[in-house]
Design a protein around this ligand. Structure first.
Ligand code: ACO
Length: 353
């Protein structure tokens, strides 16, 4: 028995934010952002729109594409590092808003940029154990709530029309190395048990190394602090992620190719046999470096970071969905998913379409 993806969908918020909009509120430029990261624009949610809402949009698309209704789904996995609430996670929110039966359990997982990849492995394990036949897997994140919205960020989505003050400009510039990279978005897939032989998830390899979580983490608003959130932490901007960009970059261009080679070896194929690499969209330079190390030509390594930025758990299912839609993924092709992100968590999965 294998797990096959029978439908996919995406949830993209309507507000398009080009690099030029960010250059008005901080010391950055379209040129810097494009050349360092490949990002040209990203989408931002409206105030009050959460990762659950984007996830639901994506889930509805995935169910329709699979020709399934909510009654056909045995379990839901929601991967996000930005849930609507500290607790509970987004699983019960989706269950209630979409009207799933109480007997449909929901699993909330995090794993940041590797959330969807970990979700694929979990879904496959649940299906191959025989316990569940059809799993809805959602990967969704909203980064806008991390932004210091009071510092003129509403101008980026046209909700405010003013010049930011010198103080606001300086505060936005202090976090420019991170904020310019991220966007909001979601993707979802329906995964089902299949006896159809060759198709389906072939192998996965997942890794975690928490020895340097400070390379990419949120220092404050956690339960090691008493109280877990305080004015002092907010004043110190400890609620905003910090990132050692170069360290994460170095890890990404080594660990992802290693994981891809290992998953290929486990499946008895070569990296050259991969027809399409669905790689986490953190930085176009990372995408290109990984492709080069694996000897994969451009046409096998699609990217959409230029349109969405890094949507964390959303990047893999969004890119997968777009490649299915425009025919870059055809039946029988060997698809490889790979990601690396905060944790660090990373890995790869091989899938026969
Ligand atoms: N605009 C203009 N200048 C900037 C910006 C900006 N937005 N951000 C930083 N700079 C400046 C820096 O201040 C620095 O200036 P200096 O030389 O005067 O000190 C200069 O640009 C170079 O900065 P670096 O940090 O050296 O730039 P680098 O080439 O390393 O690129 C980047 C930074 C894009 C963050 C890169 O390191 C990267 O992509 N890292 C990996 C990110 C990633 O993969 N994250 C993981 C996923 S996220 C998750 O898991 C949740």
């Amino acid at each position: 028995m294998r797990s096959i993806i029978t439908g996919s969908g995406i949830g993209i918020p309507k507000n398009v934010v080009p690099n030029s909009a960010l250059a008005k509120i901080m010391d950055t430029s379209d040129e810097w952002i494009r050349t360092r990261s490949g990002v040209e624009q990203r989408h931002y949610v409206d105030d009050g729109q959460g990762s659950s809402d984007l996830g639901i949009m994506a889930a509805e698309g995935a169910l329709a594409a699979a020709g399934r209704t909510k009654d056909d789904i045995d379990a839901i996995i929601f991967a996000t590092m930005t849930p609507d609430h500290f607790f509970p996670g987004n699983g019960p929110v989706v269950q209630a808003k979409m009207g799933f039966a109480e007997s449909t359990p929901t699993f909330d997982i995090r794993q940041q940029c590797s959330g969807f990849l970990y979700g694929l492995d979990l879904a496959d394990s649940l299906i191959r154990s025989g316990k569940y036949k059809r799993v809805l897997l959602i990967g969704a994140d909203v980064h806008t709530p991390f932004m210091p919205w009071e510092n003129g960020w509403a101008t980026t989505i046209g909700q405010e029309d003013r010049e930011v003050t010198a103080e606001e400009y300086a505060a936005n510039t202090a976090i420019r190395d991170r904020t310019v990279l991220f966007g909001d978005g979601a993707g979802a897939v329906v995964i089902e048990a299949s006896e159809s032989g060759e198709r389906g998830l072939l192998e996965t390899r997942l890794f975690t190394n928490g020895s340097n979580i400070e390379a990419l983490f949120v220092p404050g608003v956690g339960f090691r602090h008493r109280p877990f959130v305080s004015h002092a932490q907010l004043d110190a901007t400890d609620h905003i992620p910090v990132m050692e960009g170069r360290e994460v970059y170095k890890q990404a261009i080594v660990k992802m190719p290693e994981a891809v080679r290992q998953v290929c070896a486990a499946a008895g194929v070569e990296p050259a046999d991969i027809d399409i690499l669905i790689i986490h969209q953190a930085n176009l330079r990372i995408v290109e470096a990984v492709a080069k190390q694996l000897g994969l030509p451009d046409e096998k390594v699609p990217h959409n970071i230029e349109r969405y930025g890094n949507t964390t758990a959303g990047t893999l299912p969004i890119l997968f969905h777009e490649c299915l839609q425009d025919g870059r993924i055809q039946p029988g092709m060997l698809v490889c998913f790979t990601a690396l992100g905060s944790g660090l968590h990373w890995g790869a999965a091989l899938y026969r379409a």
